[in-house]
Write a protein that binds this ligand. Sequence first.
Ligand SMILES: Cc1cc2nc3c(=O)[nH]c(=O)nc-3n(C[C@H](O)[C@H](O)[C@H](O)COP(=O)(O)OP(=O)(O)OC[C@H]3O[C@@H](n4cnc5c(N)ncnc54)[C@H](O)[C@@H]3O)c2cc1C
Length: 374
Amino acid sequence: MVAVKSVLIVGGGIGGMSSAIRLREKGITVDIVDSDPEWRVYGAGITITGPTLRAFHTLGILDDVLAKGSGSKGGSRIFTPSGQSIGEIDEPALGSNIPPSGGIMRPVLHRILSSRTLALGTKVRLGLTVDALEENNGVDVKFSDGSAGHYDLVIGADGIFSRVRSLLFPDAPKPKFTGQGCWRIVADRPAHVDRPELYLGGDVKVGLNPCSATQMYLFALDAPRGNPWIEPKDWPQVLKLRLAGFGGTAGLVRDAITETSSIVYRPLEAMLLPPPWHKGHVILIGDAAHATTPHLASGAGIAVEDAVILADLLAQTGISIPAAFEAFMARRWERCRMVVENSLRLGEMEQNHESPADHQRLAEETVKALAQPI
Ligand SMILES: Cc1cc2nc3c(=O)[nH]c(=O)nc-3n(C[C@H](O)[C@H](O)[C@H](O)COP(=O)(O)OP(=O)(O)OC[C@H]3O[C@@H](n4cnc5c(N)ncnc54)[C@H](O)[C@@H]3O)c2cc1C
């Protein structure tokens, strides 16, 4: 007998939709609520590492992701800021049909996940959240539109500023600004860009990655003192300044920036919730439990892994919900802690101008650890 028949997922992002897909495939009834009335996602690219591609494979969406996104032809090429080639990072593929890494536009990934979520019969309600969660042989839920429901369990997948986390753990650490900001711009993909490129050693760290047959995105990490507010209308001009002096493909992207370029700027914030991430019949996954910076490009990947592992545990015959939650923590804590803490350390090394060799060593060690089976 499976202990779980009905699940409410709060938050229909990457982690929430992945949970819905896996749980529906196990025959469990799933409702999603998302506070965004239009269920949107902003228009930037996202890097998908080997482990993330492996998780998409397990979730059954890898072919679609590669068809609509892009799989790399090898490891990342490394350049100095002026565009001089200084090597390549070896990124082995984690399966015969899985490229070493990839990229996709976030709205395209959202469409892949949301179509599958809906096709599997998940009920999705938009423009609302949860106001109260009360243990009652399962969970009694009060929604913000005045409606109510009862579920065997609730998954909080509502992102870095999680409301479920604040209902469950009011004293949980709050997300903190890490000292860096992330610029992202979508650009036409030149024919020579068939894998990620990284430009290391300057005050601003830059990388770019193909995210479809015709598009790529560039990111730039800077360290804005005092976390100033930057007006979106100024983004093209400020990004141009941040990219001053860059050569290679990064320089080409800078020279093509116009007032209408698709640019997103976001100060980086992070939060790691100490274990356990559950109380009663409610559990947190994804950024709600472990919001990281993009230094290892793994935040989305570990959210998908959380979703797959939790659903698989809950669907085990004879397992109780508390036992599934405990097994989940045992499988997830160390891996997610490593991603958040090592990402923060890499950001710190960049801000302190520490040795690039030490930076590369820590990044490579972590990538190697993440390649292990989960
Ligand atoms: C600048 C930047 C770059 C990044 N780049 C990468 C990358 O290249 N590769 C990578 O793997 N990861 C990357 N990440 C991390 C990645 O974006 C996140 O880890 C991932 O989106 C987490 O998924 P999630 O489902 O937990 O949360 P989210 O994607 O944030 O989804 C949360 C969902 O919950 C909804 N929601 C929010 N509040 C409520 C509420 N109160 N009630 C109901 N619904 C609510 C939201 O509308 C949203 O749909 C990056 C992060 C940043 C900040």
